[in-house]
Write a protein that binds this ligand. Structure first.
Ligand code: SF4
Length: 576
């Protein structure tokens, strides 16, 4: 039964293996992606539940303008209670499932319950006619790439998939949710990686979800002409601009190293001696000889920040090899070669692992004497152990904090149970405030501020503004790498629905998303005592200035007091 707008929600009960299609509430029309996931979780999930138990709710929610002709707008949010942080989690991915669900008018898939038999595996098939659950015993234990190749034989050639690998099936808390990219190969290379949501999907016995759009077309905006013209103007302006992500994030390595935010050996240093061999420029240089390239990970993306990495024989190896992965699985483990990191990245995508959490766990393991720093082959063997479910593999696959606990090792760079990403909170203290106060824990996509010179009195405000703007972006369907301004987003919303969306409304949407998420975390039992930076970041000094994270609890707490957004946030480069 569609709502007044024609949109619907898919509700999947994994206890009964049944599906219900319900109307999408019309007064939620400006809620999508992260904000929609937060609202559903706040209203429908017991925040005190066991994250891997039947009462957790897994949400797959495309952005408000996903499925339209707006450029780079088809992102999907995967949400649930995180088994890593114990709080709410939204992890955002590209690929085509978000676009495809919205072409069919499905604003979210809400998965509840748990099968009685945890050995069974199920799939949800989504089409224009509805959705259904089926058992898929042949898919049990399959790695992500093999799974998608297997599914390609029985689904239409343009079907998209959301899946988990063996790590998710083993319910390991460092596991990710994979989305197939928009290329014809449909590789499962786009991951909603952070927070262990692969384990939540695994706990529901859900191996994959398929979306087949059939004859469905792009969504039709109310102000069609204006919407399409806006998209064209925006695309032209973007293409004439600096296109700062045209070679992806991997080429920021030298800049990050210069800023002491390319951590080395479990973050005991801020710079790596391997900056040259880990610089993504080496990947770009390899294209000519090996045949890799930059591409768009989802249909309609004009940024094309995703690299396709080939091996020395010219065969596909992985996509995308990003700055975060080169840092956590490379520099932070003292693994010096980008080619080894490419192997590790592929293994993580295959097994369904967050490269940040996994790299941090391996570095903790190395730092605790479990393995030599720099042992690339040992790291690859460790990842294979995760897929096999050995005791050692389960420890690494459960993330940095679990590894530190098991090894009795104190230097564990994490906040709220989640490993700190590449961007280091010691030189980038405002980003550290984000790690402490974001409902998502240590997650750079929640509010990154790359400004080492920022005065202390600006930390909380900069963090809050960045958190709010990123919440709006991750709710819209736009990719953060497009860097749309808040005015861009509200203009597209306005033409989509044929009504004015004010600056105040768009700011309120972002703030309300944060409020919903913080409220969920309060109900889950998180308090200001959890807003604390890892001890090692407060005592292990790095760089020539020997910086530590020394921001007071009072300043950190100011990030919760709403400030007026600065005008420039509405007009230019709002995210990133
Ligand atoms: S900008 Fe990059 S990550 Fe974002 S959708 Fe495009 S290719 Fe994917």
């Amino acid at each position: 039964m569609p709502g007044p707008s024609g949109d619907r929600l898919i509700r999947v009960d994994m206890t009964q293996q049944s599906v219900e299609i319900t109307a999408f509430p019309d007064d939620w029309k400006l809620l999508g992606g992260r904000a929609l996931s937060a609202r559903i979780l706040l209203e429908e999930c017991d925040a005190g539940c066991e994250p891997l138990g039947p009462d957790n709710v897994l949400v797959m929610a495309p952005g408000v303008i996903s499925g339209t002709a707006a450029p780079t707008s088809g992102r999907i949010s995967i949400g649930g209670k995180s088994p890593l942080t114990g709080g709410i989690k939204e992890a955002n991915a590209g690929g085509d499932p978000g676009q495809d669900l919205m072409k069919l008018g499905y604003r979210a898939v809400i998965v509840t319950g748990q099968p009685a038999d945890s050995d069974k595996r199920y799939a949800v098939d989504v089409t224009a006619e509805g959705a259904s659950v089926k058992e898929v015993p042949d898919c049990k234990g399959m790695w992500n790439y093999a799974l998608i190749e297997h599914l390609a034989k029985s689904y239409s050639k343009d079907a998209s998939f959301v899946s988990i690998g063996p790590a998710g099936e083993l319910q390991l808390t460092g596991s990710s949710v994979a989305c197939t990219d928009g290329d014809k190969e449909r590789r499962p290379a786009r991951h909603a990686a952070r927070g262990g949501l692969g384990a939540v999907m695994g706990s529901k016995g859900l191996k994959y979800l398929s979306v087949e759009t059939g004859k469905a077309r792009l969504r039709d905006p109310a102000n069609r002409k204006e919407f399409l013209a806006r998209g064209k103007t925006y695309t032209k302006a973007y293409r004439e601009g600096p296109q700062m992500f045209k070679h992806g994030t991997s080429t920021v390595v030298p800049m990050a190293n210069m800023l002491n935010t390319f951590p080395y050996k479990n973050r005991t240093e801020g710079q790596s001696p391997d900056v040259e061999t880990l610089d993504g420029a080496r990947i770009v240089e390899s294209f000519e000889e090996r045949g890799g390239e930059m591409h768009n990970c989802m249909t309609g993306c004009i940024v094309q920040c995703s690299n396709i990495v080939h091996d020395a024989e010219g065969n596909y190896k992985t996509s995308a090899l990003e700055f975060e992965t080169l840092t956590l699985l490379g520099a932070n483990c003292a693994i010096a070669s980008w080619e080894d990191v490419a192997d590790l990245d592929r293994l993580c995508d295959e097994i369904g692992l967050d490269t940040v959490e996994t790299g941090a766990a391996i570095a903790v393991y190395m730092d605790s004497g479990g393995m030599e720093f720099g042992d690339a082959e040992g790291a690859k063997a460790l990842l294979k152990e995760i897929a096999e479910g050995t005791e050692l593999g389960k420890m690494i696959g459960s993330g940095a904090v679990a590894t530190g606990k098991k090894r009795g090792h104190k230097r564990v760079p994490a906040v709220k149970g989640q490993a700190i990403p590449a961007w280091d909170p010691r030189p980038l203290k405002a980003t550290g405030v984000t790690y402490c106060t974001s409902p998502m824990g240590a997650d750079h996509t929640a509010g990154l501020i790359v400004n080492p010179g920022l005065p202390e009195e600006e930390f909380a405000r900069a963090s809050q503004e960045s958190q709010l703007v990123n919440a709006v972006c991750d709710s819209s369907g736009f990719c953060q790498f497009l860097q749309p301004s808040l005015d861009d987003i509200r203009a597209f919303y306005g033409d989509l629905y044929g009504e004015e969306v004010s600056r105040q409304q768009i700011a309120d949407l972002g703030w309300q998303c944060l409020q919903d998420e913080w409220e969920f975390n309060r109900r889950a039992g998180l308090t200001s005592a959890d807003d604390v930076m890892a001890d090692c970041m407060q005592v292990d000094a790095i760089g020539p200035q020997q910086v530590v994270f020394d921001v007071s609890a009072e300043i950190v707490a100011q990030a919760y007091e709403r400030c007026e957004l600065r005008d420039e946030l509405f007009t230019a480069n709002a995210t990133g």
